[in-house]
Design a protein around this ligand. Sequence first.
Ligand code: ASP
Ligand code: MG
Length: 436
Amino acid sequence: MKVLKFGGTSVGSPERMKKLVPLIQAPESKIVVLSAMSGTTNSLVEISKALHDGQPEQAKQLIGILEAKYKEVVKALYTKEESLKKGTELIKTHFEFLYSFCLNPFGNKEEKAILAQGELLSTALVHYYLEELGIPSVLLPALNFMRIDDNEEPDLHYIEEHIQKELSRHPSVPVYITQGYICRNMFGEIDNLKRGGSDYTGTLIGAAIHAEEIQIWTDIDGMHNNDPRVVEKTHPVTELSFDEAAELAYFGAKILHPTCVLPAQLRKIPVRLLNTMQPEAKGTLISEKNSGASFTAVAAKDDITAIKIKSGRMLLAYGFLRSVFEVFERYKTPIDMIATSEVAVSLTIDNTRNLKSILTELREIATVDVDSELSIICVVGNFTAEKEGSAFRILQSMKEIPIRMISYGGSEHNVSILVKTSQKKAALVALNNGLF
Ligand code: ASP
Ligand code: MG
């Protein structure tokens, strides 16, 4: 069985929803994972913000605008009386639910329930549309099987067991539709896999059912060799290994959720990135196979903070780095890049939620400097220790650009370079000219 995930723009209007039909119509069973219609989750975030800020009138207004949009969608999507009625009923139920939050105290739990409405709506709308066309489909409620654990990590065993239960209730249906992004947490409350998390739902389900392939359908023809929003003349990369794709997704390629490659890699399930606007385009195939190319792609991740930790105690001593890392561990803050010298270590983080406390603790053991507004430029390719010249070509391409930190040799597939965000565009363009 294949898993096909469609992003927000692919279900972004009634016309786009209709265009899904030829892509999912084949008689063999498949699981279709849908995002919310594009813009909806952003609106739900705004509504939640108004409620957090104690502005129920503003929230009501925003809900009203969204409701009007969905009423139009129902009108344009269906032609039969029965589907129109069902669609109208659906909108009524979900929007009454949203309005109900304007009357009651509001917290994080309520926010997560609000954020779940987008995917619940899009999946039901498409399900009714297929019904209208006479294409058999079943809605699998993601809240019955998607689950995160106490570390907010997906619980693959739970997902595996519970999705099987759902599937066995409706054997051999051609189209199973389910919600991306939404899940339950360890307390059974509604939660989510964070923004952009529908990709992750797709690969988790793919892993859970040992799918033959996972397809991620978006509005671009695959993963590009550089950021198409910043650099002209980028091109889609046709093949990537799991390792390369994981580095690119983590370090800024917006097409994929940062950790969504991992479940597919775990079970060796190929992932294909495809374009709903151009379904015949080849896209990108992510698999175990290594392309062997010297340089595959470049991506950049913004909002990086660098911390330089300097201490005489580091000289010829052991255990110093451990005490540094323990500070980050205590504050659940992942470190991205590291560079060390004999008396100092520089490292980068992107989660600055606990930066103040981290700095206070670090200053008890060392001199500490902090820089922000930095970007990590991640060059992905094949950089085995036996191969000469890769670092030279990267640095030669970047000869005009001031570099804050370099990390080479951490993995065979990634060279990371830290620059000021103001230099990011220049760096991406220089690498595009020098490497591809
Ligand atoms: N709808 C969610 C978002 O906009 C999840 C997703 O589309 O991947 O972040
Ligand atoms: Mg996405």
